[in-house]
Design a protein around this ligand. Structure first.
Ligand code: SF4
Length: 290
């Protein structure tokens, strides 16, 4: 599917969402919020549902939580324009209550179709409702900051999923803000691992690129990877710890190169389990938030 075809499908889904009456949330919404971003991306962020400001504007993550999400993206050199951002439910639950199971189920086909169109390498889940879709049975207090293969039933069978707290949780519990930024540091590396995983699949378009990526590729120190920029593999293939990892879709073998993160973590294909001091409890569970 070309990026134009992806965008056409996303637009069609958005038009359906805008007039959807499949669940009771349509009765109280001001505007449905299908999601926004670029169709030419490898990374999708999935939150829980629209809040007050999102409901008014029809855009995801535009309130205080949205500002924090933009800061998190900026912390790894990404922008909202480089990713796609959406939610599990597309209409605001009244008073920002948790979405009900039947509401989540009614809205699920829209997210499934968005994921099918985008075919992301990496899905970043924001909050426990989003996490539950891609990692059923997981507890966010234990898995935040880590990545693993997405549940095949999630709609993104070829993606890795990286779990994070919902940014709004940090607005209620300030200590989570540092956790969010610390976890965010692992997202680019998760994308690297997702690329390796997809490229290594037999018959994949990036199979030949995997050979390039697994050996590493030389990039000018500190050079940004521009959307669609061709990165030629170097003869002496050593990972460059200073290179940035772009969230833009890398469709050609030359842009499938593997870049190491600044801390040089995880050159293996295994998910990196981050040991976190908050792993023994889930602070947002007590708050009933996200
Ligand atoms: S939340 Fe989803 S299923 Fe419910 S009315 Fe909105 S778009 Fe339709």
């Amino acid at each position: 599917m070309t990026d134009v075809e992806r965008q056409t499908e996303l637009d069609a889904i958005g038009a359906e969402v805008a007039t959807c009456t499949r669940c009771r949330l349509h009765q109280t919404r001001t505007m449905a919020v299908p999601g926004e971003g670029t169709a030419a991306t490898e990374v999708v962020f999935v939150g829980e549902g629209p809040g007050f400001n999102e409901d008014r504007q029809g855009k995801p993550f535009v309130g205080q939580a949205g500002t924090l999400l933009s800061e998190l993206l900026g912390a790894v050199g990404w922008s909202r324009e480089e990713v796609f951002i959406t939610n599990v439910v597309k209409c605001r639950p009244p008073e920002n209550r948790d979405p009900e199971p039947d509401e989540i189920a009614a809205c699920a086909p829209f997210l499934t179709r968005q994921l099918a169109a985008l075919d992301p390498a990496l899905v970043v889940t924001l909050g426990r409702f989003s996490m539950a879709r891609f990692n059923p049975g997981a507890r966010i207090g234990q898995v935040h900051g880590t990545f693993r293969p997405a549940d095949p039933e999630s709609g993104a069978p070829d993606a890795l999923t990286f779990s994070m707290y919902h940014p709004a949780a940090a607005l209620h519990q300030g200590s989570l803000k540092a956790t969010l930024f610390r976890d965010m540091e692992g997202v680019p590396q998760a994308l690297v691992e997702a690329r390796k995983l997809r490229s290594s699949k037999p018959g994949s378009a990036g199979e030949s690129a995997a050979a390039i990526g697994s050996e590493g590729a030389a990039i000018e120190p500190g050079a940004a990877i521009e959307p669609g920029a061709a990165i030629e593999p170097a003869p002496t293939a050593q990972p460059d710890p200073l290179s940035e990892v772009s969230a833009d879709r890398a469709e050609t073998p030359s842009t499938q190169a593997i870049f190491s993160s600044a801390d040089g973590l995880a050159q293996s294909a295994k998910p990196v389990e981050r040991v976190d001091i908050a792993a023994e409890s889930d602070p947002t569970d007590q708050l009933g938030l996200f």
